[in-house]
Design a protein around this ligand. Structure first.
Ligand SMILES: [Zn+2]
Length: 338
């Protein structure tokens, strides 16, 4: 949650909650707006995880990877891992205790279509009825903290995929919008650029009273369709150019050319950059998938933007001020209450 302004030597300070506690938004610095520490499937892991999960090894690996990121000057990563992606904040805090980097935690729910059975039948219009339990949980994560850790979520994460607004997805998105309206906490929405679902998401949020300048359209950077991207940005939303290195969705040269074109048109204040990388993600827990990924997306790692993408953007005519806007100013604005 972004805290209320408080006075410090007569300079108003606005803070954003992170895993290590509140941080002045002015100190967020270079920010990767969509990265994950751990993506897991907890009920699969507790039953079968001995095939791929070694806790000590995974912690050490995450610490090494994030130290590498911090050494490149990145001060903050924004981690949209929520329920549905195995969010487990104590493990993230253990990593963060060993790495000098800000990690911003999220609340929300990751599903392409359906809610898990625990919530499917509870809530407005369902078998057992009652108030929407999701809204209450999202508010609790923001106001009291996540899972008894006291670590508060500072943004909301949801999904609008090709399946669109199924009945359960409508409930999730309505709960996300309601939580945003009540708290002012910003939203990052996973979208499917090929299906242009960013527009569906913005239409819905607008109807629900969401401030679209507080929405990052996640994975917009998978698209090179300038008409689609302008249509999102012209409504005030920020384009999540956040899968750098994952060439299976869009190659780095094409992502760079698209961003350079948008910057030439004056959209640098509507773009954020990231990799959608994870220190560990069980989608690729097995050797065959890792080998395929290594072949098809060899640059999909946390250091690609700092080492390769920023130089390529400069080469393509993007100015230092525009890079600062995308990496520092836009993230700070996103976490500053409207
Ligand atoms: Zn992601």
């Amino acid at each position: 949650m972004t805290g209320p302004p408080r006075l410090c030597h007569a300079v108003p300070v606005v803070t954003v909650d992170t895993v290590r506690g509140p941080v002045d938004v002015a100190d967020l610095g270079m920010t990767l707006m969509h990265e994950h520490v751990f993506i897991t499937t907890p009920d699969v892991m507790v039953n079968y995880g001995d095939q791929w999960w070694d806790e000590e090894e995974r912690l050490a690996d995450a610490i090494t990877k994030l130290r590498g990121v911090a050494e490149l000057g990145v001060r903050t990563i924004v981690d949209p891992t929520v329920v549905g992606l195995g969010r487990y904040i104590p493990r993230v805090a253990q990593v963060n205790a060993e790495v000098d980097i800000n990690i911003v935690a999220a609340t929300g729910l990751y599903t392409f279509a359906d809610l898990p059975p625990i919530w499917h039948g509870q809530g407005p219009g369902t078998q057992y009825g009652g108030p929407e339990p999701l809204t209450e949980l999202f508010l609790k994560d923001i106001r009291e903290g996540i899972g008894g850790t006291g670590i508060r979520a500072a943004f909301l994460k949801g999904v609008v995929e090709a399946q669109g607004f199924t009945p359960d997805q409508t409930r999730v998105q309505r709960a996300i919008a309601a939580t945003h309206v009540e708290t002012g906490v910003p939203i990052t929405v996973h979208t499917n650029s090929a299906e242009r679902t960013g527009l569906l998401a913005l239409d819905f949020y607008e109807r629900e009273g969401v401030d679209l300048t507080k929405v990052v359209v996640g994975h917009a950077g998978d698209s090179n369709d300038l008409d689609y991207l302008r249509a999102l940005a012209d409504r005030g939303a920020t384009l999540g150019c956040d899968r750098f290195g994952n060439d299976t969705w869009n190659t780095t040269p094409r992502r760079v050319a698209t961003i350079a074109a948008l910057c030439r048109e004056g959209y640098a204040d509507r773009i954020v950059l990231s990799h959608d990388q994870s220190c560990f993600i069980d989608f690729y827990a097995f050797e065959a998938s890792r080998q395929t990924l290594a072949k098809e997306a060899p640059n999909w790692h946390f250091e690609h933007i700092s080492r390769d993408v920023l130089p390529a953007l400069r080469e393509a005519g993007v100015s230092e001020d525009q890079i600062t806007a995308m990496m520092v100013d836009n993230p700070r604005r996103y976490f500053t209450p409207a």
